[in-house]
Design a protein around this ligand. Sequence first.
Ligand SMILES: *Cc1c(COP(=O)(O)O)cnc(C)c1O
Length: 438
Amino acid sequence: MNQASANQQRLMARAKAVIPGGVSSPVRAFGSVGGTPVFVARAEGNRVFDIDGTDYVDLVCSWGPALLGHAHPTVVGAVQAAAAQGLSFGAPTSAEVDLATLIRERVPAAERVRFVSTGTEATMTAIRLARGATDRPLIVKFAGLYHGHSDALLAAAGSGLATAGLPGSAGVTEATAAETIVLPYNDVAALEETFVTHGERVAAVITEAVPANMGVVPPAPGFNEAIRRVTTEHGALMIFDEVMTGFRVGPAGWWGVEAGVENPTYTPDIFTFGKVVGGGMPLAALGGRAGIMELLAPVGPVYQAGTLSGNPLATAAGIATLQLADDHVYDLVNRRSKEVQDAVGAALTQAGVPHVLQNAGNLFSVFFRDEPVRNYDDAKAQDTAAFAAFFHAMLDGGVALPPSAFEAWFLSAAHDDEAMQRISDALPAAAAAAAAAR
Ligand SMILES: *Cc1c(COP(=O)(O)O)cnc(C)c1O
């Protein structure tokens, strides 16, 4: 395991004295890989720099937002210009209109867009909206999928809960948990059976466009379409969580990649966006059919609000990011993603480490097991000790991976040949460490 510097260890001790676990979000704590988290001082392009000035090629990219690379000068410039005009007004701005328009141009099915500050708020609002629209209580979600940390959505959730091996969260009442039905992913029969029994009481099925919070588990061909068909048959809504995939896997997110924008093979009722759409600032959104979205206050009876919603600095970052994220950017990220997958696969094969690489567009992750992963049970059956050894050896080699076996890896348009070389150079020792840890 890499040895954190005395500096880092001292800071972690100070952090733990004032912040639970020393972190503002659990996965950052290195809980499942061991050791002391890297405290980051700054980031630029494909690199993050820790408080000692050591740099790492970053494959976390802030868990997705840094599609263009860190501190892109145009995005930073846009935020600085916005900041000079005032940080927050609590009043509507033209920038919100511009960003909502950019979103609708890319995802025409998002006819109306409401801005919030986090992905958690976006999915929480989507669920309230679905219940308000249908006057039904139940929500269906899939095991291992993560939709933020609102009470209704924490059952069998991925991301930090998967990393920590938790079934759910303390503090969620039985009454709330009972209104969420959890099904295995990629299982159309289970979905159909649930609707036969509970169909008249289900407000919505919420799904990640591509599950990427238990590692990347692509939807089986036709699975998202099946969700659309079953929900339509029973008068329930389909909520498509693109917080991770939206504007990252393509200009119109996974919906654009899989369903197509022109004559889509399926269209969800409500989309949720986050991460890339805020360009690294706290901004997220939900969008969908006008008839549903206009049930939101002040037009309709479903209440939702936010002091900092549509914040001018965040909208400026989002606009600059979407304007820069053209076909060239997506081609570049797709290509780099493929290069990293090939290099990782070759190194692990060479070292004799069982592994499966899974991808959906440029999103990918590595499972340390020899069978494909179709659902959460499969994802849990991987060698997390091998991952921990691999992770720390990569860190020693100057490459920062997500500190969990249950997360996607992220590339950006700023990952250049030099970054690729650093990754290639670090891989043999990391693969050997994984082989030794099995
Ligand atoms: C990150 C994520 C969320 C939660 O977003 P936050 O901004 O962390 O609250 C919701 N859904 C998916 C699919 C995510 O990846």
